[in-house]
Design a binder for this molecule. Sequence first.
Ligand code: FMN
Length: 211
Amino acid sequence: MKRTVEPKVLYFGTPVVLISSRNPDGTTNLGPMSSAWWLGYTAMLGMSAGSQTVKNLTERPEAVLNLVDPAMVAALDRIALLTGSTEMSDAKRARGYRYEPDKFGAAGLTRAPSDLVDVDAVLESPINLEGRIEAIFDVGGAGSNLRALEMKIERVHVREDLLMSNDRYIDPLAWDPLIMKFTEYFAGGAPAYASSLARGWQMPPMPLPAN
Ligand SMILES: Cc1cc2nc3c(=O)[nH]c(=O)nc-3n(C[C@H](O)[C@H](O)[C@H](O)COP(=O)(O)O)c2cc1C
């Protein structure tokens, strides 16, 4: 039997990514997100227009996608309810968001220089993808604040232990992406950490291992 339902979210499970983008003052903002997929050397990124990330990338298209592994989950969660934007919607404020200009400091993550773009990468990320936003599309019809950003990947950095013999392949057994499923963190198919995002969204509590 199946039931016809209207779930609050349809986040079936996608990799967590920290997007580096350049703030108006030249510093790097980190935007946690997970509506990301790849087609060839193009990444498609789903983000709300109210995020500082979309504001930055609309004006300054250079970006780094810092892929997140389970070892980074505590750092990631420390900035889960922070925004680099001084303005936010009432809905966002009600979820517990507050303004934070220094996401690296708040997360306890380390800035690393990029090769081709003028934004800092995240040293702790096992995989960093540098590139540029080529197009931004409206998603969700009239009145929606959702955007799909098309990013051309121009340089790929991968931690050595994740590479297979000839460097042309990333080892699927070695790479363990942190997955966000219905606002909860998963690693290797199992719950990974208490999610501040799930708390902000008032999702039903989920049994978790001790953090
Ligand atoms: C694990 C995780 C995944 C998220 N995924 C998305 C997403 O795919 N799209 C989105 O618009 N916001 C997503 N968010 C919420 C953004 O992080 C939030 O909009 C935040 O304000 C972005 O930071 P910024 O405003 O400094 O750019 C996610 C948050 C977390 C913690």
